[in-house]
Design a protein. Sequence first.
Lengths: 163, 163
Amino acid sequence: MLIREATGEDWPAIWPFLHEIVAAGETYALPRDLGEQAARELWLPAPPWCTAVIVNDFGDILGSVKMGPNREGPGSHIATASFMVAPASAGQGAGRALGTHMLSWARTEGYRGVQFNAVVETNTRAVALWKSLGFTVIGTVPEAFHHPVHGYVGLHVMHQPIS
Amino acid sequence: MLIREATGEDWPAIWPFLHEIVAAGETYALPRDLGEQAARELWLPAPPWCTAVIVNDFGDILGSVKMGPNREGPGSHIATASFMVAPASAGQGAGRALGTHMLSWARTEGYRGVQFNAVVETNTRAVALWKSLGFTVIGTVPEAFHHPVHGYVGLHVMHQPIS
């Protein structure tokens, strides 16, 4: 597997799994009927944001990460990131590789920490992965996410400093 | 004092104190050099967002609140809000009145809770006010705000359910 910066040419390969994940409504606070053009603008933003993809030996895109400043002005020294791994490619370590890449990127870019604003508490695989990479749960906003199966569940704020 | 919905005609009276607050860089994670047009778009967004102003008996605007959904899709049942009170009008209860108004608005609009994402921990008057209105600190992201006087300080995530 290899991680490289995404370009507009990667979008047709990203959209199918991004759409599948958003439409499922289990892990992202995005409209489940998010259209392709809005999704493209969301996922391939301008610098200082950066989007990367992880590809296998055949060049297939297994997942993607979007990274940038969590806030503006006096809050712009903390990074945030969003991850999408193709459900068909789950369990191969793509999420972990993208997470490690993101932390490396944030350190190189001079960020002082990384914050995830809304990790769905029932997304236990993601929560465990981020914890294993050094993140802690700062707090959990109760019932802040309406899960299609589990109903109202909490959203974790997760964070790790970059030393 | 009276609270009413803001219109575009109120902007010239809002901009001076909003600019003063943002330029001071002590309470908002916004660019300190935020321009007027960007500020206007930020503070007077389209529905479902709502902006209100609080005026005194002479019609002077003392402060303003912007209220809307904190997230999209499965997260859109939690409201958020931002407040600006003219420094020259501090201590008259405008912030408290705007906070109470916002909670009433959120209840009327059917939100299930209100979340503040980034309350600067050194903004002790605001933190105390929100606590007195029923908010609790869900967690504090360490060193997430670069204060011009105090250096790197924490950002509180605050929340209250609407019953």
